[in-house]
Design a binder for this molecule. Structure first.
Ligand code: 5GP
Length: 211
């Protein structure tokens, strides 16, 4: 009997999505959730206070500095970074379990953390979301109305530094329009699943079984 060849889609991808504050990563992820419901999202831990409408365990796991520092000590975090005065980090076990199940997982994290993930998961797919311009970025952060003037200017200066690290990423996606940015990310995910080095071992195994 002929066996069905296994494809690269049997293996999970670790997708790292970065980009400056206000670029629209959250909106893109919400749209992607609807278009690609099979994607899993990592929920980060943070010491920042919840914004209006944010819920513990959904948007973030909200922690005190002491709690966060214990997570660091216990090696519970895959990566962590300090960003505009607060800690942010990715709980390790959820990511490892999801990948072990062969499911694609998205980490929406800033660049210092992404570079740490790259050291432990060089096979990850690193995507940087770009604003159409820095002026557009300022407008978006101001329009969000969640940040103080000081935080806006801090976030813009961090944004400049973050954009300078673009070369460490595999892909740059301009968020000129959310639906277009989503389509580009979906295309990247499809292409990554088709990479010969990802599918070669399973494909070869399948061919050997065909008599
Ligand atoms: P915000 O305060 O706007 O929710 O997030 C600020 C920045 O922290 C964003 O760039 C976001 O991508 C990043 N961030 C969120 N979670 C994590 C995380 O677990 N690790 C790291 N390194 N950055 C994170």
């Amino acid at each position: 009997m002929m066996n069905k060849l296994k494809t690269g889609t049997d293996r999970g991808l670790l997708l790292v999505l970065s980009g400056p504050s206000g670029v629209g990563k959250g909106t893109i992820c919400t749209a992607l959730r609807q278009k690609s419901p099979h994607l899993v999202y990592s929920v980060s831990a943070t010491t920042r206070s919840p914004r209006q409408g944010e819920a513990d365990g959904v948007n973030y796991f909200f922690k005190s500095r002491d709690q966060f520092e214990s997570m660091i000590q216990n090696n519970d975090l895959l990566e962590w970074a300090e960003y505009v005065g607060n800690y942010y980090g990715t709980p390790r076990s959820f990511v490892e379990e999801t990948l072990a199940q062969g499911r694609d997982i998205i980490l929406e994290i800033e660049v210092q953390g992404a570079l740490k993930v790259k050291q432990s998961f060089p096979e990850g797919v690193f995507i940087f979301i770009m604003p159409p311009s820095l002026e557009e970025l300022r407008q978006r952060i101001e329009n969000r109305g969640t940040e103080s003037l000081e935080s806006i200017s801090q976030r813009l200066s961090v944004a400049r530094e973050e954009i300078s690290l673009l070369a460490h990423y595999d892909y740059a996606v301009v968020n000129d329009e959310v639906s277009l940015a989503c389509e580009r990310i979906q295309a990247i995910i499809t292409a990554e699943h088709c990479k010969q080095e990802r599918i070669y071992p399973t494909l070869l195994h399948g061919l050997e079984e065909v008599k």
